[in-house]
Design a binder for this molecule. Sequence first.
Ligand code: NAP
Length: 247
Amino acid sequence: MGKLDGKVAIVTGSTSGMGRETAYLFAKEGAKVVVTGRNEARAKAVVEKIKADGGEAIYVIADTTDLKSPQKIFDATMEAYGTVDILMNNAGMLSLAQFATCTADEFLTAINVNVTSAMLLSQLVAPIMKEKGNCHIINVASIVGWAAHWGFVAYVTSKHAMVGLTKAMANELAPEIHVNGICPGAIRTAMLDSVGGEDAFGPMIARTALKRVGEGSEIASVALFLATNDSSFVDGQLIRVDGGVDV
Ligand SMILES: NC(=O)c1ccc[n+]([C@@H]2O[C@H](COP(=O)([O-])OP(=O)(O)OC[C@H]3O[C@@H](n4cnc5c(N)ncnc54)[C@H](OP(=O)(O)O)[C@@H]3O)[C@@H](O)[C@H]2O)c1
């Protein structure tokens, strides 16, 4: 018996990285999974693997720079499965713009992709989850939602906002919906590769107790904890999964 038998889980940004690992784990634990992202070939491959392994999933192609995309994800979920129990707001983009030169467009794009779309999708699923009870929303922030670490103003601001969103939602949606967040440190994904991979993270690794980067599967296992009653007295929390940065 799986820990998520009979559950429906939306995992945004599950065409790669930690979202994909979470989609695989949730499906292995019995959830019907809604995979989202922009890249159709990768979305299809994730769904095919889940099905080949005996699970159930659909994919929805949705670019979250478009604030109508949460509605598209919600509608596809309802059409396929008629309900939703778990939402992991994981889709995110890195913005390397520095404070002095960041344009309004760059700033708002990062905010919309990393936070606004998560808020809007949560608003859509919340009434169903409130009625059902025992539901879970998991927001993926970052250790830069905790402290800046770098001067990437739009990214850092968006991840701090994700922390605030998690706390505000937890207060408003309890007790039927538990809302928690994960603050990953450096995790080996396409996003990490886009800024030079593990080699570029030497200084960060030096400040990390475990002296290594993390794997997407190490985020997925914490997401599973937050998606089940194993975390029944955990609410409004941001769990750092960073190998012990600056401890
Ligand atoms: N890797 C790290 O070290 C690290 C650390 C802290 C926090 N995070 C956060 O973890 C989350 C997952 O990132 P990752 O590291 O797993 O990176 P990743 O492998 O690049 O995955 C990012 C996911 O988000 C989706 N996505 C990005 N922009 C999108 C958009 N405009 N519309 C829809 N989907 C979009 C991507 O889908 P498509 O490519 O198909 O569009 C992909 O599935 C992000 O929120 C990121 O900020 C990562």
